[in-house]
Write a protein that binds this ligand. Sequence first.
Ligand code: SF4
Length: 453
Amino acid sequence: MSTSTLPPKIGFVSLGCPKALVDSEQILTQLRAEGYDTAKSYDGADLVIVNTCGFIDAAVQESLDAIGEALNENGKVIVTGCLGAKKDAEGDDIIHKVHPKVLAVTGPHAVGEVMEAVHKYVPKPHDPFTDLVPAQGVKLTPKHYAYLKISEGCNHRCSFCIIPSMRGDLVSRPIADVMLEAENLFKAGVKELLVISQDTSAYGVDVKFRMGFWNGKPVKTHMTQLVEALGELAAQYGAWVRLHYVYPYPHVDAVIPLMAQGRVLPYLDVPLQHAHPDVLKRMKRPASGEKNIERIRAWREMCPDITIRSTFIAGFPGETEQEFEYLLDFLKEAEIDRLGCFSYSPVEGATANELENPVPEEVREERRARVMQLQEEISKKRLQSKVGKTMRVLIDDVSRNGGVARSAADAPEIDGVVYVKPPYEPHIKLKVGEFFDVKVTAADAHDLWAEIA
Ligand code: SF4
């Protein structure tokens, strides 16, 4: 058996046709992605997986013999593949009838189920990526929403940021790994998945958008394909998918139609940080050359319900009053729905600290206040336009005074909320983690008030 310092070892016996072989490859890829090793012999393995064939009698016999051999030599066996889906005349599972000691049986194309069984009998080794994502049982979020981290690190070198020096360059998680985790979270009752990273649009750049597999289909390690696959999976569970930290590269335009079709939430968190080209250049921002006003206009045309969230920095070193006013003009025109603004704060080790003409602290603060004042008016106007509309909300909290919920426009912790009145009808009960359709009755600059529609 493996010791705690060595990765657990899984033995693999692959039988059957090329389709079964592809299944085996996917399972082996997933095992490797999660840090398991493959064992060369039965007795060096912590568990053995047998991928079976059930096509003709000879193949059935060969599979049953292979399972028997693995049980004798090792004892801990999981069976997958075509024979796993076969029942006898009484409707009983053939494998358990012949080999009752087999730990788990699945049919073909069942990477997720096989991995679940593996996790049950040989716990997953430590993984620096997934361990950063709230895992079931030690999640820091309520049961009904969860963060899904798709990559670690960043290839950019924004002058105000020290993340790349702490976390290194971009490392994208394998797409099968990401999808499997998403599926497990949905299975565990998660109703809203928040996709996070340092730079979601760059997903897959480091692995040259390598082809992976999910549910027997090829899927590229690419943001658009990931969003499509997540949208498809979320639809099966009646759940939401929300995208964070999306830089406005041209390929981002391809996810807007998916939002318009309701596959993922029409919500885009695009950290712009500034609008003036010279400030963006000093910030060394990715996608700084993009014409963001035009892009935002086009996104709203494609998906009128889209909520755009962004963050900005006021008083970046060298920011002149004229550059700052350029930012204010941009904000007036862009009418960003949800906005956070920070006054520049020199982080130790950031190259921006060495830039000329730092802005005095009181000016930085005053500029931040001006942005927030302007945003309050914009937000008030945009939220007011929702009064009278019906929308779907997810309940986060329930008390005697009603529910605190969020709509597609509200990410947890950072955006506003929708206060839902206690329902008049006694048979309707607000419940945490459930969706309700509500009619908006009032709005202020941050939040909405609503009643059950
Ligand atoms: S701020 Fe810039 S450097 Fe820092 S993580 Fe984001 S994109 Fe990367």
